[in-house]
Design a protein around this ligand. Structure first.
Ligand SMILES: O=C(O)C(=O)C[C@]1(C(=O)O)C=C[C@@H](O)C=C1
Length: 356
């Protein structure tokens, strides 16, 4: 599935390195699940999902919030990313919903937060763990987490400093997912890829360092924020390039039955013929539609020996179309509990029914 991520925790750009950091949910090499990315995540419940990112393309590229030279690293105009050692400090309590995201201003995750909670205060964080901890410690109300390539429109641009054109470019910096989503274009341009924490972070770095041989794959909004030129737009390989985000909260929302809800669960099963079939049957028997299923190896104990044989142990992540307030969903999970070796409800949330 795509609800999985993880490499080592992210390191923020201002550490000065451009290295591969961010947990990359869709990275086929990432061998662990969402709930493994951070042990903290296991304590969160997803409350809302399927949020589409805003398409920043309608905005005027010539409008520049800040010129390059006006962006000192610690500009008071830009929110400073929260770092884990700041988590002890209380953050002011306004009435606006505060949503933590990993990255800097102009990241797609920020757009997703604003889409999910219009007028929210989006709080940039250096790392995913920082965002999760900020929720846990009541510094923010939600954390936003990009989890997979499906659902929300993401239109990437190639951003560079003014006066730099395509011919002068040698390198391209961005989040690994964004680089992967623009693979064909970047190959055609012959650019060397460099992975950084987030798309907007790449734009910021290029602006701050005045790089003339490098471009960033990021949004048009990031170009405005960091005073860069858009040298190419819509560079994603797939015109339907979309990302799914989850909003994580401390407490589960009380699911309703008044609109379409989805529920996400995670489970593990005994090894044996037909066990997975039985698990799926608890939903099929009750006409509950499964929208997603993915298995990820158990990180700490991926191998189990039994009867002289070795088995891989898996966690199965399943999304189904029903609310935990629906009796039929409760019955299905009660049935599943009879033979699942582990079962956990991650949360029920309203399905995003807005058009792409
Ligand atoms: O780097 C960003 O701007 C993000 O919000 C992260 C992220 C991701 O993790 O997939 C979000 C959407 C885009 O597909 C690329 C990057």
């Amino acid at each position: 599935m795509a609800v999985h991520t993880v490499r080592s925790p992210a390191t923020h750009l201002h550490t000065g390195t451009s290295r591969n950091i961010s947990p990359s949910h869709r990275n086929p090499n990432a061998a662990v699940g969402l709930s493994y990315r951070s042990p903290k995540l296991r304590r969160f419940i997803s409350v809302s999902s399927s949020l589409r990112e805003g398409n920043e393309h309608g905005e005027e590229n010539s409008v520049r919030a800040l010129e390059v030279n006006n962006i000192p690293e610690e500009s008071p105009l830009l929110p400073k990313p929260l770092s884990s050692n700041q988590l002890a400090e209380p953050v002011s309590n306004g009435s606006r919903v505060r949503v933590a995201y990993q990255g800097v201003r102009g990241a797609y995750s920020e757009s997703a937060a604003e889409k999910a909670y219009p007028n929210c205060e989006a709080v940039p964080c250096e790392e995913f763990d920082t965002a999760f901890e900020a929720v846990e410690r009541w510094l923010v109300d939600r954390a936003v987490l990009p989890i997979e390539n499906s659902l929300l429109a993401v239109r990437h641009c190639l951003l560079a400093n003014h006066g730099v054109n395509l011919d002068g470019l040698r390198r391209v910096l961005s989040h690994p997912q964004a680089l992967a989503q623009c693979e064909n274009t970047l190959t055609r341009l012959g650019l060397v890829r460099e992975a950084v924490d987030d798309t907007a972070g790449a734009a910021k770095l290029i602006a701050l360092e005045g790089l003339s041989d490098a471009a960033a794959v990021a949004s048009a909004k990031a170009a405005e924020i960091y005073g860069l030129s858009v040298v190419a737009e819509d560079i994603q390989d797939d015109s339907d390039n979309v990302t799914r985000f989850l909003m994580l909260a401390r407490e589960p929302i009380i699911p309703g039955t008044n609109k379409l809800f989805k529920t996400s669960i995670v489970l593990s099963l005994e090894e044996g013929p037909g066990v997975l079939f039985k698990a799926l049957a608890v939903f099929a028997l009750r006409q509950i539609n499964l929208t997603k299923m993915e298995s990820r190896p158990l990180r700490k104990t991926p191998l189990r020996a039994s009867g002289g044989l070795k088995y891989f142990d898996y966690l199965f992540y399943v999304d189904f179309e029903a609310s935990m307030a629906d009796e039929v969903a409760q019955n299905a999970l009660r049935h599943l509990e009879e033979f699942a070796t582990f079962l956990r409800v991650l949360g029920s949330y309203p399905v995003d029914t807005t058009m792409l």
